[in-house]
Design a protein around this ligand. Structure first.
Ligand SMILES: [Zn+2]
Length: 205
C-alpha cells in the first residue's frame, strides 16, 4: 500500500517530458512540448505536454483524446498497474515509495539524461529563433547595400565607365546573400543535424 501523500509527491516530481522523450522526440511549443502520440498512429505531433499550476506535468492528444498525468502515461505505455507506475516513478525521481526493491539503474540514468536533453531542447529552440532573426536582419542590411552598389554600377555602365569598386562589392554581397539565405533556410526547415552544425560552427565560441 503506497501512502496517498507519497503518490502526490511522486506525481509532482515526475518529469513527464523526460519520460516521453524515451519513446519519441520532443518539440518545444510555448512553455510546453509537443510529441508524436504513443496511443494512436500519429504522423504529425498531436500530443501536448504542459506543466500545470500545481507543478504536475500532464499530456493530452488532440487527435485520439488520450490524456492524463505521468502516472497515467506510464500505465498505458508500459502496461503496468497504478501502484507499479507509482513505484516506477518513485525509482526515477528518487522518492521512496516503500515498495521498491532495487531501482533499475539503467532506467534511472536514462531518465536523468533525458531530463538534461530536454533542457537543451529548450535552449536550442530559443537559440534557433534568435539566430533566424539575426540572419534576417543581416539579410535586410545586405539587400540594402546590394541596391546601393547596383545603382552605382548601373549608372557607371550607362556612362560607359568601368567601375571596379562596385563590381567588387557586388560580387561580395551576392556571396553574402547566398550564405545568409542558406542559413535561414536550414534554420527554418533543415534537419536537426544541419542546424546543430550552424550552432556549433558559428555560435559556440
Ligand atoms: Zn493520440
Amino acid at each position: 500500500m503506497i501512502r496517498p501523500e507519497t503518490i502526490e509527491h511522486v506525481r509532482q516530481a515526475a518529469d513527464l517530458p523526460a519520460i516521453v522523450g524515451r519513446y519519441t522526440s520532443l518539440r518545444r511549443s510555448g512553455r510546453g512540448f509537443q510529441a508524436l502520440c504513443q496511443f494512436h498512429d500519429d504522423h504529425d505531433p498531436s500530443l501536448s505536454l504542459w506543466q500545470g499550476r500545481d507543478g504536475c506535468w500532464r499530456f493530452r492528444c488532440f487527435a485520439c483524446g488520450a490524456a492524463g498525468d505521468s502516472i497515467a502515461f506510464l500505465q498505458r505505455t508500459e502496461s503496468v498497474s497504478f501502484p507499479e507506475a507509482v513505484r516506477y516513478l518513485g525509482d526515477l525521481t528518487g522518492i521512496d515509495t516503500g515498495t521498491s526493491v532495487e531501482p533499475n539503474q539503467a532506467r534511472v540514468r536514462e531518465y536523468e539524461q533525458q531530463k538534461q536533453w530536454r533542457d537543451k531542447v529548450r535552449s536550442f529552440e530559443e537559440w534557433r529563433s534568435e539566430a533566424f532573426r539575426h540572419y534576417g536582419r543581416q539579410l535586410d542590411a545586405c539587400e540594402e547595400r546590394l541596391a546601393f552598389w547596383s545603382d552605382i554600377a548601373k549608372t557607371a555602365f550607362e556612362a560607359g565607365i568601368e567601375h571596379e569598386e562596385s563590381s567588387r562589392w557586388l560580387g561580395q554581397l551576392y556571396d553574402e546573400r547566398q550564405w545568409l539565405e542558406y542559413r535561414m533556410a536550414v534554420l527554418h526547415e533543415g534537419t536537426r543535424q544541419d542546424q546543430l552544425e550552424i550552432w556549433n560552427d558559428e555560435w559556440i565560441k
